[in-house]
Design a protein around this ligand. Structure first.
Ligand code: MTE
Ligand code: MO
Length: 162
């Protein structure tokens, strides 16, 4: 085989590897919502599917960001509507096994979002991504308490409606 042909094959292989790595990334399930949802069937979302539900923005400071930043994500109330959630409580589980229970009324009362972007960019796991429960702390200073801080789960992976 000529050196040129070998180089061509190596090049094509690397390119295909790159493409399938990209496909794997976009096919990846980032969120599962289960429990009391339509027909009791768990619903998986890729990053793109989640964002396609429609994004809202919250600009706020927080215990984790001294200067205000803009978070964007799906309002959790809209997310729960899309899966036909009917329960009282959302158990939110994070990649690091953190678990918190949030009354579903919080989502409609306070416009809480499941942030997937910070200042326009997706958030890496090392910066509380890919999904972060964000309350509007600056707009509603009464939320600045330990109870709402504890409901602000980051690295969210799944939500169980109970
Ligand atoms: N994924 C994840 N989210 C989390 C936590 C956690 O350990 N893991 N701790 C929660 C609690 S109990 C509080 S009070 C705040 C604490 O944030 P801090 O540890 O940065 O003070 O984040 C909340 N969100
Ligand atoms: Mo806490």
């Amino acid at each position: 085989m000529s050196l040129f042909l070998k180089a061509l094959i190596v090049g094509a292989t690397l390119m295909l590897g790159g493409i399938s790595a990209q496909a794997a990334e976009s096919d990846k399930v980032v969120l599962t919502v289960s429990g009391k949802v339509t027909n009791g069937e768990a619903v998986d979302f890729t990053f793109a599917e989640l964002e396609a539900l429609g994004m809202s923005a919250i600009t706020t400071s927080s215990p984790w960001e001294t200067d205000p930043v803009t978070f964007e994500g799906v309002p959790i109330a809209a997310l729960l509507l899309s899966v036909g959630a009917t329960g009282e409580t959302a158990a939110i589980l994070a990649l690091n096994k953190y678990r918190t229970e949030v009354p579903i009324t919080d989502f409609t009362d306070h416009g809480v979002i499941l942030a997937s972007r910070k200042n326009g960019e997706p958030m890496p796991i090392s910066d509380k991504g890919p999904l972060f429960v964000v309350y509007p702390f600056d707009d509603k200073p009464e939320l600045n308490t330990e109870i709402y801080h504890s409901r602000s789960a980051w690295q969210v992976r799944s939500i169980i409606i109970e």
